[in-house]
Design a protein around this ligand. Structure first.
Ligand code: CAA
Length: 387
């Protein structure tokens, strides 16, 4: 494993940094305060071709791989986790189509997602099926050349703003995980609507909400893969996309470290900058160590996953383990580092005038979504014990 990333990835990092500093940083506090979806971010990401990163070139994308995606997500999240999430969820919503779609489906959906004309979303979670994703209750029943879907998905990122949703529903409840089937649901599908949008602790500019299916008629040509293949598609997707959440976490941690360093150098107490107190120096040293360790584990996981073909074939245990490790480790680091940043800023850290408290609120979700860190530890332990 090399410690230098490929030059094209570093060039991407510089381009994304510039976008983040010049356009996104001035907007981040407002987006958080208003909790309104930032369509201006979407426009800037489109202009920089950042929605194209994970999509193969033959479908209008850049085919850049998970390492490049991680670096873009990291640099956006360093300034605003909501911006990083836009790139991460485009991958989450399109990867099932890349992994399991027919040629016709790929041609129909991927180019419009690569350009960012359509945002994508991933509807797996339900009120009674969170960590236990195989407990999906949404039903899909075949009727001629359609499937009729009934049920409710919730906690779906990009709900209401996406043009295309990959949704998991049971076509055979007796078969549990093996009865789940994946569908591509277009936003204007009859019988499909958006329910409640959640008010959240963090990532407030991103939408999170319910997908409601009342006799929704999805053409059979929008079924992804075979009946019963849905759980496998979901797991194969999450195995890879968890690195994007790790990247979001590394970015948030780095943003908090940057802020704490700058503050500690400028803030004077007892006649000197607080950065000259060893107590603060040790905190900064730990924050930097933890962030760098998370980053290296993330890059290692991405490089390992990029060695594998993007197919439905199950990943080697060691590759999916690295992905789960990166997600759990980096998100725990983000929570720790942002909490310490608030502490270094003291009373100011607790105020909304500085971004430290926003970063701390945003960090929390990275320990929860795309599989809680308890689920990541389960995946890691199972792969150690089985492998
Ligand atoms: N790749 C391919 N197949 C897999 C797999 C993987 N990684 N993991 C499991 N499978 C297969 C198994 O092989 C098994 O099939 P066979 O019986 O043929 O072998 C089948 O799937 C069932 O597997 P398990 O018995 O291991 O399933 P389980 O019920 O114990 O669950 C789990 C496993 C890892 C806990 C899984 O349920 C899980 O990942 N839960 C978390 C869900 C999650 O991440 N949700 C987040 C949704 S996205 C989001 O957060 C919102 C957003 O918009 C950002």
């Amino acid at each position: 494993m090399t410690y230098r990333l490929p030059e094209e990835v570093e060039a991407l990092r510089r381009a994304v940094q510039e976008l983040a500093e010049t356009r996104i940083r001035p907007r981040a506090a407002e987006v958080d305060r208003e909790g309104a979806f930032p369509w201006d971010y979407v426009q800037w990401l489109r202009e920089h071709d950042l929605f194209a990163l994970g999509i193969p070139e033959e479908y209008g994308g850049l085919g850049a791989g998970l390492l490049a995606l991680a670096v873009a997500t990291e640099e956006l999240s360093r300034v605003d986790a909501v911006a990083g999430l836009l790139v991460a969820v485009q991958e989450l919503g399109t990867l099932p189509i890349i992994l399991a779609g027919t040629e016709e489906q790929k041609r129909r959906f991927l180019p419009r997602c690569a350009s960012g004309e359509w945002l994508a979303a991933f509807g797996l979670t339900e009120p009674e099926a969170g960590s236990d994703a195989a407990g999906t209750r949404t039903r899909a029943v075949r009727e001629g050349d359609h499937y009729v879907l009934n049920g409710l998905k919730h906690f779906v990122t990009n709900a209401g703003v996406a043009g295309v949703y990959v949704v998991f529903a049971s076509t055979d409840p007796q078969r549990g995980a093996k009865g789940i089937t994946a569908f591509i649901v277009e936003a204007d599908t009859p019988g499909f609507s958006i329910g409640r949008l959640q008010h959240k602790m963090g990532i407030r500019g991103s939408t999170t909400g319910e997908l409601v299916f009342r006799d929704a008629r999805v053409p059979a040509t929008n079924r992804l893969g075979e009946e019963g293949e849905g759980f496998k598609i979901a797991m194969a997707t999450l195995d890879r996309t968890r690195t994007n959440i790790a990247a979001q976490a590394v970015g948030i941690a780095q943003g908090a470290l940057d802020l704490a360093l700058e503050y500690a150098k400028g803030r004077r107490q007892f006649g000197q900058p607080i950065a000259e107190f060893q107590g603060i120096q040790f905190m900064l040293a730990d924050m930097a160590m933890q962030t760098e360790a998370a980053r290296q584990l993330l890059y290692r996981a991405c490089a390992r996953l990029d060695e594998e073909e993007t197919t439905l074939r199950r990943l080697p245990a060691e590759a999916s383990r690295l992905s789960a490790m990166a997600k759990a480790f980096a998100s725990d680091v983000a929570m720790k580092v942002t909490t310490d940043a608030v502490q270094i800023l003291g009373g100011y850290g607790y105020m909304v005038d500085y971004p430290a408290e926003r970063m701390m609120r945003d960090a929390k979700i990275t320990q929860i979504y795309e599989g809680t860190n308890q689920i990541q530890r389960l995946v890691i332990a199972r792969s150690l014990l089985d492998g």
